[in-house]
Design a binder for this molecule. Structure first.
Ligand code: CTP
Length: 400
């Protein structure tokens, strides 16, 4: 996928700059041509000699190539590239990119770049979490740049948290996926529900569940990567959607999710209902915090929520598709088939809590897909991103 691709690698002043060497090696190995542009601070962390030896190109850092008045053209460079990757991207460089502060060669190149830009942030957890950084990242995302989210783990400061630059192999994979050209969902509009719902009991308590939203977010990324415009309706989760083609709608309760889903579904080609929606909510929401009674029990009366999947199944038009999930602990196949029929789905993705590594909170999943012709396909335990591919392959076939 990367053979012959021209890639500008922008390196900024982070301790993770040493990983840029592995990125260059990986890209060059896959046949890409790499031109490094480094900020003055970046050179404090890795030497241009290492970078030029690995990339087979002189490293560009200054506006002027030497003192005879000749200069590096950031415009030519911006036009030359098939992609620009800024890795590592510090909080300062992200801020400059977001606000057009073109005081070094890297930022001027970014501003001149016509190709897609990928940004892999690297910084301390508190810097990453700061609203300024988050706003700047959102700003870049809004410009259509691709953010390669940092991972969680031990940071250079020895603190543990989110901010560590994504591993070089994964960064290269993101570029490969981008160039893979698998755009079989181009122009398709897809609605996805994800995460848990919170049903209010009083101002400080709710009924919820353990859903992390990871599966729904992985599906949203996969659809967007393949060219779809995604509306992601999500309950409360601590995840970010990275692809610019994902429009995120945050909701809290099943009722809010129902309202958002029923108003958006008619304009889409397909809906994927991955949210763990609460089936019941408290009949009354206490306006004040419920106090502990001196003795005895208290009772909470629950009333049913709308079944979003069944409601969308009822308004599904000819050619429109609907995919559901079934999380079961017993009678898995029987229950899943029943839900497929009852909710008028095109296929259902069954998770069994009997399988270790499947279900809530974990990064892996093991699914079985059952369709309307009762074809049952079992998949092995995989990462949720891989599971998302299997689920979306089936949808792409149905929509083609
Ligand atoms: N679902 C929904 N709205 C609800 C409940 C479920 O949209 N109020 C969707 C889920 O997103 C999933 C499918 O319906 O795609 C099945 O959800 P699940 O919780 O397994 O089934 P339920 O219909 O709630 O049945 P039960 O809880 O009895 O297993």
């Amino acid at each position: 996928m990367l053979q012959g691709k021209k890639i500008i690698l922008g390196i900024t002043g982070s301790i993770a700059a040493y990983k840029a060497a592995s990125i260059i090696r990986g890209l060059v190995k896959k046949g890409a041509e790499v031109q490094v542009v480094i900020t003055p601070a970046g050179k404090e962390f890795i030497t241009p000699i290492t970078l030029s030896a690995l990339s087979n190109h002189p490293v560009i850092s200054e506006f002027f190539s030497n003192r005879d008045g000749s200069w590096h053209s950031h415009v030519d460079l911006g036009l030359w590239a098939d992609a620009m990757l800024v890795a590592p991207a510090t909080a300062a460089s992200i801020g400059k990119m977001a606000h057009g502060i073109a005081d070094n060669m890297l930022i001027t190149t970014y501003l001149s770049c016509k190709a897609p830009v990928f940004v892999a942030p690297a910084m301390d957890l508190d810097m990453f979490a700061h609203p300024t950084t988050q706003q700047n990242i959102e700003c870049l995302r809004g410009f259509g740049n691709y953010i390669i989210e940092p991972g969680e783990g031990e940071l250079a400061s020895h603190l543990i948290g989110k901010g560590r630059m994504e591993e070089p192999d994964r960064i290269i994979e993101v570029l490969e996926e981008f160039f893979s050209g698998q755009q079989d969902l181009q122009k398709k509009k897809i609605l996805i529900t994800a995460g848990p719902t919170y049903e209010k009991i009083d101002p400080v308590r709710f009924i919820g569940n353990y859903s992390s939203g990871k599966m729904g977010f992985a599906l949203a990324e996969e659809c967007a990567r393949r060219g779809a415009e995604v509306t992601l309706i999500t309950g409360p989760v601590s995840l970010s959607a990275t692809h610019p083609n994902i429009q995120r709608i945050n909701v809290e309760s099943a009722e809010e999710m129902y309202q958002a889903a029923t108003s958006h579904y008619p304009g889409t080609d397909a809906g994927i209902l991955c949210a763990a929606v609460a089936d019941y909510r408290p009949e009354q929401v206490s306006p004040e915090k419920i106090k502990r009674e001196k003795e005895g029990e208290i009772q909470l009366r629950l009333v049913p929520n709308q079944d979003i999947a069944a409601s969308l199944g009822a308004i599904k038009k000819e050619g429109q598709r609907l995919v559901g999930f079934a999380l079961e602990t017993i009678g898995e196949l029987k229950n899943a088939k029943r839900k497929l029929e009852k909710k008028n789905l095109d296929y259902i993705v069954l998770n069994s809590l009997q399988d270790s590594g499947a279900g809530f909170q974990v990064d892996t999943n093991k699914v079985t897909i059952i369709d309307r012709s009762e074809v049952i396909t079992e998949y092995p335990l995989k990462g949720k991103n891989e599971v998302a591919k299997d689920i979306i392959n089936k949808l792409a076939t149905l929509l083609s």
